[in-house]
Design a binder for this molecule. Structure first.
Ligand code: BEZ
Length: 257
């Protein structure tokens, strides 16, 4: 009997230890923001003054992005491209906000060098007017899962967070240090998210403004039947669950103004 009792105590001790271990492992897991989450709040010092995020950007789309380090070549090429495209993003009611785990003076010196000295692919005298966050303590980088230790423990990866006017994360992209981002894709994603919202449609592979868009799926057998037998030409069905319609580029431009 005594043997059984001590076995029981032993088993419950193991159970408890396992539980504690599980909790410890979970504590070490970096909780990453996900699509559909509210953008985590923070206050930060930037090259354009202090910001309260995302509150200061309410009513606007924001592309919050990180880069590994100042004074590095891939990041320099990216910043010049972002600076060149900033007016295009502004036209789409979108503000750019950058971040790296460097300090403010490093940021200022790097942005001055870019403007004064770098001539890359026809981009020259590029002035970065959007805020670049200093994050020496990696607080914001950790909050957003931008530190990915398998890639680097001291530098952020190239993360891109698309945050909508309500402060909700809508798309997340990650690139490694060795690969510069595709800025056409970044702009395509922003226009795609705005188009999907404004017209209540979904967008097929490789969609670009002017291409056919996907209408919401049929919610009943009746609608499914109507869709496939529709001869008006307004809706084209590849099958009952895959129907598209035309949406002109001009209509999109008009609505997203
Ligand atoms: C770059 O931006 O060039 C870079 C940054 C970190 C590691 C490697 C390259």
């Amino acid at each position: 009997m005594q043997g059984l009792e001590s076995n029981h105590i032993f088993a419950s001790e193991i159970k408890q230890k396992r539980k504690t271990k599980k909790i410890k492992i979970m504590e070490n897991v970096n909780i990453m923001p996900r699509i559909g989450d509210m953008a985590p709040s923070f206050e930060a010092v930037t090259t354009q003054g202090n910001i309260k995020f995302p509150e200061d950007y309410k009513g606007k789309w924001v592309i919050l992005f990180s880069h590994p380090a100042d004074f590095t070549p891939v990041c320099t090429s990216e910043f010049m491209t972002f600076a060149k495209m900033a007016p295009e993003f502004e036209e789409l009611n979108c503000q750019l906000v950058g971040l790296s785990v460097d300090g403010l003076f490093s940021h200022i010196a790097w942005l001055r060098t870019i403007k004064e000295k770098i001539d890359f692919k026809g981009m020259k005298g590029m002035e970065v007017k959007f805020p670049l966050i200093e994050d020496i303590k990696m607080e914001v980088a950790n909050l957003y899962g931008m530190m990915q230790p398998g890639e680097s423990t001291t530098k952020a990866v190239r993360a891109v967070f698309f945050i909508d006017p309500k402060g909700i994360i809508r798309t997340i992209m990650y690139y490694p240090a060795s690969l510069g981002r595709n800025f056409d894709e970044i702009k395509r994603v922003l226009i795609g998210l705005q188009t999907a919202d404004a017209f209540e449609v979904a967008l097929p592979a490789d969609w670009r403004p002017g291409d056919e868009v996907i209408v919401p799926p049929a919610g009943s057998c009746g609608v499914a039947q109507k869709r496939v037998s529709d001869t008006s030409g307004e809706i084209k069905c590849y099958d009952w669950f895959f129907c598209t319609k035309q949406l002109l580029k001009e209509e999109i431009e008009q609505k997203l103004k």
